[in-house]
Design a binder for this molecule. Sequence first.
Ligand code: HAM
Length: 420
Amino acid sequence: MITKPKGCVDVTGDESLLWEYVNDVVSTMMRTYNYEFIRTPIFEASELYHRSVGESSDIVKKETYDFKDKGDRNLTLRPEGTAGVVRSYLENKAYALPDVKKYYYNGTMYRYERPQSGRLREFTQFGVEVLGSNDPIVDAEVISLQYKILETLHISNLEVMINSLGDAESRKNYKEALVKYLEPNLDKLCDDCKERFKTNPLRILDCKVDKDSEVLKNAPKTIDYLNKESKERFETVLKYLDIMDIDYEVNPSIVRGLDYYDHTVFEIVSLDNFETEHNVLGGGGRYNKLIKELDGPDSYGIGFACGMDRIINILKDMDLYKDIKRQVEVYIMYVSEEEKLHAIDIAQNLRLNGVITELDNMGKGLKGQFKEADRLQAKLLIILNNEDLQKGLVNVKDNATKEEEKVDLGEIVEYIIGNL
Ligand code: HAM
C-alpha cells in the first residue's frame, strides 16, 4: 500500500471540522482588520529564499525541498510565506500605489525537518505581511491581530515575547559586542554554533542545542545596544500594545531564525502548553531591508505567521472543542422510487436554505436509514411514505423526543427551519 510521505498529515473526520472552524475565524478576523487575501505559488525560484530567508539560516542550509523542473530551472517548495509575498508585491509593482498593502495568506509550507509532534515537513501557516509603512502602529496592529485570533480560539494564557534588534547601526554595534563576548567561549558551544560564528553570530542565540548554556544566558542583549532612535521606536510599539491590552514580555533571547529581520521581533506562546520550542504558536517581525535586497525600492515590511497544525493540536485537547462532531440537522428517509423523487426535491430545497441535510445514497432499507440518521446525530427526520405524500403531507420526527408531526409538503422548509 502506498503511504503518505514522512512528516505529512491527512486531515479528515472530526479534526477537519476544527480546521474549517479555525479557517473561518482566521479569515473573519483578517477581514475585520482590513487585510487582503493573497495566494502566491507553492514553489518559487530557489534564489528567492537564498536571498531573503538567508544563506546562514537553518531553513536554507538544511531544510528546503529543492528540485529542477523539466526546463532545468532551480525551484524550491516554499518553506515560509514572507518571501513569496514580497516577490509578488515587487513583481506586480504594488509599491506604486500610494497606500500601505496589508496581505494575509493561509497555506502549506515545506521544510525538511526531523518530524515530531508539532514539527512537520508539510505544515500549514496563516500569516500577514504589511508592506510600505514604518509606523510603529503597524507593528502593534500585526502583533495584536495574531494575539486576538488565538484569543478568539480560546487558547489560554497567551503571551507575546517581544524584542528589538534595532536598525543597521544598532545591529552592527550589537554584533561587534556579541562577537567579542563569544570568541573566548566558542569551545563551550556546539559545532554548528562554531560554524555560525563565522557566518552569522546572531544565529547562535537561537541555537536549539546550546539554548540553556551559561554562555548564551550571559550573552549581551540586543536591547542594550539600541541607538536612541531604535530605542524610542521600540518603546512606542510597547506603548501601543499597552493601549491594545496585549500581554507581552520583553524577552532578549528572541532573535528569530530567519535572516531578514530588524527592529521589532516577536513570538507568541501559550504558557499552558509551553514545554518545548515546538509549542511556539507563531512569530514574526519587521524586515525593513528585505524589499531593497530583493531589488525593490527602499520600503518597509512587517508580518507574522502562525502554525495551524500546532494550534489544532492544542484545540483538540480542549474541553470546549471535544463536542465538535460531524452532525447533520435533517435526515430524509424514503423507500419507493416515488418517495425518492420527493426526497431529492426536499433535500435540495433544505440545503439551499442553509439546512445541513442528508439522505440515503446507498439503497438502504428503512432500518439501515434509521441507523445512519442516529450515526449522523440528525436532529429531525423526515420520513416519507406514498400514502401521506398523496395527501400533500410528510412526517417529521424529532429524533431526541421521538415526537412525530404531519406537516404540509409546501411548508416543509419553513417548518424545519422553525423547529431546529
Ligand atoms: P517561523 O517562526 O519560521 O516564521 O514560522 C512561524 C510559525 O510556523 C512557527 O511559530 C510555528 O508555529 C510554525 N512552524 C514552523 N515550522 C513548522 C514545522 N516544521 N511544523 C509545524 N509548524 C511549523 C516564519 O515562517 C516567518 N515567515 C514569519 C514572518 C512573517 N515573519 C515576518 N512575516
